[in-house]
Design a protein around this ligand. Structure first.
Ligand code: CA
Length: 229
């Protein structure tokens, strides 16, 4: 087993193996925006060398790959690392899921997926392994990711699932301006493009987060939104 850093951190090393370029690119962008280091491969050709050099905390494996498939790669991982393993399955297939768990998967996401779903599952897998901190704080706003609870000034916010994902995304990138397109891609998925969704949910989040304090989600005119205190 490779020794891993023991101190929880919000930044992880994520190795993605996915042969479909649009999905690979969407995942690479999403993990980078979430503050992670990413290495994205199109196949498992030099997988062991890449694992040894990159020392990932999380390995995201597409099941159907040219050459060695995701199951083979997961088995190759087991003797080299205790990284979390997340499978991307082409369909919600019970056999695939069972084979994945047998091969050492921590979790799986069925295609087609929203990128936010993959990020959420990744965060949960990393937290289970103690690789990332479970709480984020922006001023007096606290996000307990393990419990999926947001609070401000000790008052719990009553958020919808979408508002929670949006707030987590903004908080993960606190201090950075995010465009509506970035937010759509990360919170709603890579194939959904209605900017009004973002405005409506930002408005709702503002109403709920501003009861107990000044504005945290700021509009950056012509660019997007930024969460900061
Ligand atoms: Ca594939």
């Amino acid at each position: 087993m490779t020794a891993h850093r023991a101190i929880p951190t919000t930044s992880a090393r994520v190795l993605v193996v996915e042969d479909e370029a649009p999905i690979r690119d969407a995942l690479r962008t999403a993990y980078r925006q979430a503050g992670h280091d990413v290495l994205a491969l199109s196949d498992g050709g030099r997988f062991e060398d890449q694992v040894d050099a990159f020392r990932p905390d999380l390995v995201v494996l597409d099941v159907m790959l040219p050459g060695r498939d995701g199951f083979e790669l997961a088995r190759a991982l087991r003797s080299r690392t205790d990284a979390a393993v997340l499978f991307l399955t082409a369909r919600d297939d019970l056999d695939d899921r069972l084979r994945g768990f047998e091969a050492g998967a921590d979790d799986y996401v069925a295609k087609p997926f929203a990128v936010s779903e993959v990020l959420a599952r990744s965060g949960a897998a990393l937290r289970r392994l103690g690789r990332v901190a479970a709480t984020m704080q922006v001023g007096d706003l606290l996000l307990d990711e393990a419990a999926s609870v947001a609070s401000r000034a000790d008052h719990v916010l009553d958020l919808t699932a979408t508002e929670w994902r949006l707030l987590v995304y903004l908080a993960t990138n606190r201090g950075r301006t995010l465009s509506k397109t970035q937010i759509l891609t990360q919170v709603w998925g890579y194939d959904d493009y209605d900017p009004n969704l973002v405005e409506v949910h930002v408005s709702a989040l503002r109403r709920k987060t501003e009861v107990d304090g000044p504005r945290l989600i700021h509009t950056v005119r012509g660019l997007g939104y930024v969460l900061k205190n």
